[in-house]
Design a protein around this ligand. Structure first.
Ligand code: MG
Length: 382
């Protein structure tokens, strides 16, 4: 049966790779809906290639321009935050790929869940800031959330080797980013250009900086706990510079199951779309005719302050993870603008967290408010 796909963030890194996969399987997928922030040049190209029924452009002026440019086609053009929410619940859509960046992923994900769509989730902020609400809604509506994040895709795949009561812990691998092994003095002078150069993965700017500070790994710890209903103590981070083992699951008998592959997002994106099946593809493979050495180092407590802050936010819970995420978004932007150093990021985040009055069992409104507060407070301190 032909599955109708919606891609939120179709012009970004994950979105364009998802379209590459869909092109490989024309008898399995058809593109029904596409959404972007403001890149209407690429979106127009995608509309002409994939013929979606409906698209959404966040920027209103750009939406007006696009409507004029595609007037020869039957496509409907929506706009704004409302457009994203409407598109995720669009009647013909079977699966929604959420690949927008930041807080803007939360409402469309909830909209897709409530409309009973299958959700392939690449936006980790959704689970970091509102994980408990999102997972409760998914259970209520009997919807599957399939992770696109490579570590969570790996864990999801490894889970199949044991029963739910047989899990001991999950081991999240972290590459360590471009500054692994560097001393604190060396890190003080790091430029945004250096921090954006990740050794194994090509990604957007925020996630590249978050990888350099290990904040990204911290968010992935929170994401794993929410997605798989784990205790904080059941998630351990291990430094693995080669990024070949994408994560592991340890069972109660001591057996450890790992998922390996090249550091390429095409595979986790495809698995989220093909699950519960696996399909052949022409993508590059791990080369077993060469020598390989894989390294693993403990992520020692105290050595990665951003990772420790994520564990703290997870332990306290409530609105604190949303505050950490909001503060980090501003901190990363300020570093990219040259207003603060990389080393100042964790101290800044810790300061904002300490000033926040945590609300336990927050509503969506509480979370939105905590996010706004954290952004303003971070700016004020800077
Ligand atoms: Mg990841």
């Amino acid at each position: 049966m032909l599955q109708q796909v919606a891609i939120l963030g179709s012009t970004g890194s994950i979105g364009t790779q998802a379209l590459k996969i869909i092109q490989q399987f024309p008898d399995r997928f058809s593109v029904c809906a596409l959404a972007t922030g403001s890149n209407i040049t690429l979106l127009e190209e995608q509309i002409r290639n994939f013929k979606p029924e409906i698209v959404s452009v966040f920027n209103e002026d750009q939406a007006v321009t696009l409507r004029r440019r595609v007037a020869d086609l039957p496509v409907k053009v929506l706009t704004g935050a409302k457009g994203l929410v409407e598109l995720s619940a669009w009647p013909g859509v079977d699966v929604v790929i959420v690949a927008v960046v930041g807080f803007s992923g939360v409402m469309p994900t909830l909209s897709a869940i409530r409309a009973g769509k299958k959700v392939a989730l690449a936006n980790k902020e959704t689970l970091v800031v509102a994980g408990e609400i999102v997972m409760a809604e998914a259970r209520r509506h009997n919807t599957v959330i399939l992770p696109i994040d490579s570590e969570h895709s790996a864990i999801f795949q490894c889970f199949h080797a044991g029963g739910s009561g047989e899990l001991k812990r999950v081991i999240l691998t972290a590459s360590g980013g471009p500054f692994l092994g560097k001393k604190r003095e060396e890190l003080a002078a790091v430029t945004p250009e250096q921090a954006l150069r990740h050794p194994n993965w090509r990604m957007g700017p925020r996630i590249s900086i978050d990888s350099a500070t290990l904040m990204n790994k911290g968010f992935e710890v929170i994401e794993a706990c929410r997605l798989f209903a784990l205790e904080t103590s059941q998630v351990q981070v291990v430094i693995h510079p080669e990024s070949i083992v994408h994560s592991m699951v340890e069972f109660i008998d001591g057996s450890i199951v790992a998922q390996l592959g090249l550091p390429d997002m095409l595979l986790p994106i495809q698995y989220a779309l093909s699950y519960p099946q696996r399909w052949p593809n022409p993508f590059p493979r791990f080369d077993w005719d060469r020598n390989h050495t894989l390294h693993f180092y403990p992520a020692a407590k105290g050595e990665y302050p951003c990772l420790d802050l994520a564990y703290q936010a997870l332990q306290v819970g409530g609105t604190l993870p949303a505050v950490l995420n909001g503060a980090d978004e501003i901190a990363v932007r300020s570093f990219l603008e040259g207003r603060i150093t990389l080393m100042q990021i964790p101290a800044l985040l810790a300061e904002v967290m300490s000033r926040h009055e945590v609300i336990q069992h927050p509503s969506l409104e509480d979370i939105v408010e905590a996010d706004c507060w954290a952004r303003k407070e971070t700016e004020r301190i800077i």
